[in-house]
Write a protein that binds this ligand. Structure first.
Ligand code: FMN
Length: 212
């Protein structure tokens, strides 16, 4: 089994990194032979879309032709990392109510008409990637979900829409909140509690051979 592991914090020691590592550890407990494809957007950010890429995405002829295009080579590499993975594990901070720009830059490369997004005869967009579990650990300084939420959440609806657009609909969010206020012991307890909700049904089934 292959897992694409993405981290987005610019900090080496970070709450979202710990969270994604703990999610990964749970998957390793199910299958010790997991192969990890690593994409560290926090420490090695990818560039924002450049002119050639913007031009390629703005010319329908380019994306229907299927011809190799150097401007889409990074996009192709990143999409193939998803296609190779049985599941995705993402650790991300909340930045200004949404995803950090490094994660947005990655999304700008993987949402591509004619490659990961198709168009139905009715004109609606359809996802072209095969669905697979996407586990998303979020660290936020304050509280954005639940009764004590004191700020808007554009992160989880945005990722739901963006991933859904390419066909990835099996998302599970793990919000580790109030990192600016809670001590280490409480955050560890909160993280442990979050992980008890982790749905590994499809990973279990892959290991036992119940599904292909
Ligand atoms: C630029 C920036 C913007 C932030 N915006 C928010 C925010 O909108 N809401 C929030 O709760 N915390 C916000 N924070 C705090 C981080 O989400 C929090 O420190 C989190 O633990 C960082 O993740 P990390 O520990 O994985 O680096 C922000 C931090 C930075 C640096």
């Amino acid at each position: 089994m292959k897992i694409l592991h993405i981290d987005c914090s610019p900090r080496k020691e970070s709450h979202s990194r710990k969270l994604s590592a703990a999610i990964l550890a749970r998957l390793f407990a199910i299958d010790s032979e997991i192969f990890v494809i690593r994409r560290d957007l926090g420490l090695n950010p990818i560039p924002h879309p450049e002119a050639g890429y913007a031009a390629a995405l703005s010319s329908p002829g380019a994306w229907v032709s299927g011809r190799p295009n150097p401007a889409t080579s990074l996009s192709e590499e990143l999409i193939q990392e998803i296609e190779a993975a049985d599941a995705l594990v993402i650790g991300t901070p909340m930045n200004n109510f949404t995803v950090p720009s490094v994660l947005k830059a990655w999304i700008d490369q993987i949402l591509r008409m004619g490659r990961t997004i198709g168009v139905a005869p009715t004109g609606e967009k359809t996802g072209l990637l095969q669905d697979r579990p996407v586990y998303i650990g979020i660290a936020s300084g304050g509280v954005f979900t639940g009764d004590r939420a004191r700020q808007p959440d554009f992160l989880t609806p945005y990722l739901t829409a963006a991933f859904g657009c390419v066909g990835l609909t099996s998302l599970q969010f793990f919000p580790l909140q109030a990192t600016a206020f809670l001590d280490g012991g409480r955050l560890t307890a909160d993280q442990d509690a979050l992980l008890t909700t982790m749905d590994t049904t499809r990973i279990d089934a892959r290991v036992t051979g119940d599904i292909g």
